[in-house]
Design a protein around this ligand. Structure first.
Ligand code: GDP
Length: 182
């Protein structure tokens, strides 16, 4: 938590999105923060973040959500990217098996660079591509269970579960922080 103000009751949490290239990380973020979707991957390289505010228990909870913006193409997601993160969306593409096979590597990387208490959700994105599904819902669920993570299939294209996935993480962080405060 970067800021907590007794009078204003404002919270600010950093959340990171990780996963292989082209699984839809940027589009999940723009869908959540701006309700937009882009058909073509952008070429920009460099970390970007967007802030989204949620009201929980009458308090303003701000999530600063970071997108790798292509760094992972070069296996160059730096420790600075993870620093201070309270939550993580770990994303694969349900239509590309290799992106699911990479999840353990992303979880290891997350463990190496962040606190053990990071709130994590496994996200199977592109669930609109049911006709070319390569990873079953059960496989996703069972991996998430074995890692003690939340799980959700999403579509940044048609908006399915996108808000839910982010909000599960934000509420979990908020709950664990307010438990500590009380
Ligand atoms: P990133 O590299 O992980 O940030 O992935 P992008 O957000 O740039 O998306 C990669 C490609 O997948 C783009 O062509 C997107 O239009 C497409 N894409 C992203 N999310 C979805 C989705 O939910 N469904 C479908 N069908 N395509 C998606």
């Amino acid at each position: 938590m970067d800021s907590s103000d007794d009078e204003g009751e404002e919270y600010l949490f950093k959340i990171v999105i990780i996963g292989d290239s082209a699984v839809g990380k940027s589009n999940l973020l723009t869908r959540y923060a701006r309700n937009e979707f882009n058909l073509h991957s952008k070429a920009t390289i460099g970390v970007e973040f967007q802030t989204q505010t949620l009201e929980i228990d009458g308090k303003e909870v701000k999530a600063q959500i970071w997108d790798t913006a292509g760094q992972e193409r070069f296996r160059a997601v730096t420790s600075a990217y993870y620093r201070g993160a309270f939550g993580a969306l770990v994303v694969y593409d349900i239509s590309r098996r290799t992106t699911f096979d990479s999840i353990p590597r992303w979880l290891d990387e997350l463990k190496t660079h962040s606190d053990t208490t990071v709130a994590r959700i496994l996200v199977g994105n592109k669930c609109d591509l049911e006709n070319i599904r390569a990873v079953s819902v059960e496989e996703g669920k069972s991996l998430a269970e074995s890692e003690g993570m939340f799980f959700m299939e999403t579509s940044a294209l048609d908006s399915t579960n996108v808000n839910k996935a982010f909000e599960i993480v934000i509420r979990e962080i908020y709950n664990s922080v307010s438990r500590k405060v009380l």
